[in-house]
Design a protein around this ligand. Sequence first.
Ligand code: GLN
Length: 308
Amino acid sequence: MESPIENYLRIIHEEISDLRDGKPYSTIPAMASVNPDNFGICLTTVDGYMYEVGDTREEFTIQSISKPFTYGLALSDLGMDAVDAKVDVEPSGDAFNEISLAPGTGRPSNAMINAGALTATSLIRSRGGNTRFKRIANLYSQFAGRQLGVDEEIYRSELDHGHRNRALAYLLRSFEIIENDPTPVVEDYFRQCSVMVNCMDLSVMAATLANSGRNPMTGVQVMDLLPVERVLSVMTTCGMYDDAGAWLTSVGMPAKSGVGGGTIAVLPGQVGLAVYSPPLDDHGNSVRGVATSQRLSRDMELHFVRAA
Ligand code: GLN
């Protein structure tokens, strides 16, 4: 039987389905053919309850929602100081693919824009017989509570068309922010963007951040509190790129979007929210993702000021 929360989610889902603005991401040709009507909403609480409506099992690529998790892995591996030396924690106020590097040093403003995300990926080393990418994929899988795979077609399309990211990686190499060969770094970054998730996975990943790094479904502590705290801080100020200010005032939760159409929002100590809807606004954020998050935040009092 449907719970009152799922009943409510169904009403919101129906209302917001009427919103038809935005367009799916097309810079990566393999992503352009997605069904723009796909729309799912999923909430997972820190005590392991899940509420879902719509296309919550439809798979899509994680894209930039990968960035906070890889950043967290770099922080866990190297500690704050070593990572801070390479990537700052300041909102850039720029688009996700902006060449936002500090003059002189080349240090990217934060790990949520591509320049900082490529840097974070470069900091992960192979360990214990696992390659860099295997370690990254294992971490995402632990966050989601199931084994996640890569969409090979989208990965190849990113390889063929991600010229700007390649340019960024080489620029970062010239500043010695990236200290190793940029080609495998950018390839692993494309792979991490091409990891397939569904809305349920993302809501469990968000709920794991909300639950101080312990996956509420599996009970496994997948990241320590300190890196989780840092990741959520940077998501708060930088997760929605140049829309971060409007997002924080209207939704009031740390969040991250991806051009695959996913959006996650985290209310620490309470809940992880995920929305899937491919059409994007000018910031590269999902139109329905933003609308749904605003609506849920208002109705369920999830804004961090109110929820306190
Ligand atoms: N793969 C995309 C890129 O690097 C991810 C961007 C995003 O989701 N905002 O450009």
